[in-house]
Design a protein. Structure first.
Length: 158
């Protein structure tokens, strides 16, 4: 059973991730269900960071379909290579977008979103989805987010 998450008030994002990481690992370690684990990861990240939108898109029959998330309603389907999420999937790369208006083909699910980071989620060699985090602030994500969010997506087992 899940315990309450310990949220820290530090504004240092490294401290925030260091506090959250073992808690997320513990939260999903005893559970095999992918959707349940993705839902709790999205909730834990939202609680600690209060980002505008955080959640998953899952690969289904050659497109990305909206999965567990926290935040406003979002686009449900994204084609491979389209937008930031589809680009991350197609290239197998982490994509950091400091200003979404400057990213060709960015899919605006909300006009309030200004910057974004998207990471592929793997099961073995195969990409099973992406983690997408959106901020209402410009240039909100950097190498620190990439470093820790990679660790978090590596906890996920399909
Ligand atoms: N902006 C994303 C679409 C997903 S929403 O932001 C939740 C993109 O360009 O792929």
């Amino acid at each position: 059973m899940a315990e309450d998450l310990k949220i820290i008030s530090s504004t240092d994002k490294k401290d925030q991730y260091e506090s959250l990481l073992p808690q997320i690992e513990a939260l999903i370690s005893g559970e095999d269900d992918l959707i349940a684990n993705l839902a709790n990861i999205a909730a834990a990240l939202k609680e600690q960071f209060n980002w505008f939108w955080v959640g998953f898109y899952l690969v289904k029959e050659n497109e990305l379909v909206l999965g567990p998330f926290q935040g406003p309603v979002a686009c449900t389907r994204i084609q491979k290579g389209r937008g930031v999420c589809g680009t991350s999937w197609a290239t197998s790369e982490v994509v950091i977008v400091p200003d979404v208006e400057l990213f060709p083909g960015h899919i605006a699910c909300s006009s309030a979103s200004r910057s974004e980071i998207v990471l592929p989620v793997y099961h073995g060699e195969e990409i099973i989805g992406v983690l997408d985090v959106d901020s209402e602030y410009l240039s909100h994500f950097d190498d620190t987010d990439e470093f820790y969010l990679k660790k978090i997506v590596n906890f996920i087992h399909a």
